[in-house]
Write a protein that binds this ligand. Structure first.
Ligand code: TMP
Length: 212
């Protein structure tokens, strides 16, 4: 059986990732592909427990290094328990955020830098990489306004200052420039249907679907 594909959706706050992930999963399922939708931080029992420590509470409750380690520990559990078994079973896994979020938020946003985050990732994940990463990009103010309209208690990162959010947006764009074969930047300020069409186009161009 062919191994499944691993697609990640990335972006700042309020970019519309969850909606687009659901729509992409429906479109792939309609083409006969077994899909699973998951998220980070989270996606396994242990990782969801770690999520609760990261997404709520005081903005400064962790040092940047501790925070990067917590995200990475959650990621390792998620991969071992959820993602790798699904890929081995031939399922396409669609993941709301992955290691580029650690690079953008903790590496660029909190200033830990590319080298530190890169080393951490190699240590925890080896060479494992997404087959395709879709980066949903939109102006920071617009994303934060959308996110504020929607959220319950999981707003620890939203409460961080504008300069942090601007740095992580630039970080995502820099990641895409450095790895153009893996990453596609999608303009998320467009209407939902246009974003969906751009995603669908990127997926079919870069990951041709096998005939049923
Ligand atoms: P979510 O709101 O998209 O589910 O993500 C939870 C928050 O966690 C979001 O504000 C981004 C942040 N985050 C990081 O800072 N580093 C990471 O590695 C991941 C996966 C998420």
């Amino acid at each position: 059986m062919a191994r499944g594909r691993f697609i990640t959706l990335e972006g700042g706050e309020g970019a519309g990732k969850s909606t687009q992930l659901r729509r992409l999963a429906e479109a792939l399922s309609a083409r006969g592909i077994e899909t699973a939708v998951t998220r980070e931080p989270g996606g396994s029992g242990g990782a969801e427990e770690i999520r609760a420590l990261l997404v709520s509470g005081e903005t400064g409750r962790w040092s940047p290094t501790t925070e990067a380690l917590l995200h990475t520990a959650a990621r390792r559990d998620h991969l071992e328990r959820t993602v790798w078994p699904a890929l081995d079973a031939g399922t396409w896994v669609l993941c709301d955020r992955f290691f580029d979020s650690t690079m953008a938020y903790q590496g660029y946003g909190l200033g830990l830098g590319r080298d530190f985050i890169g080393s951490l990732q190699r240590l925890a994940l080896g060479d494992f990489r997404p087959d395709l990463t879709l980066i949903l990009d939109l102006p920071v103010e617009q994303g934060l306004a959308r996110a504020a309209a929607r959220h319950g208690g999981e707003d620890r990162y939203e409460r961080m200052d504008l300069s942090f959010h601007r740095a992580l947006r630039d970080g995502f764009l820099d990641i895409a420039r450095r790895e153009p074969e893996r990453c596609a930047v999608i303009d998320a300020a467009q209407p939902i249907e246009a974003v969906q069409a751009a995603i669908s186009d990127a997926v079919s161009r870069r990951l041709p679907v096998p005939a049923p």
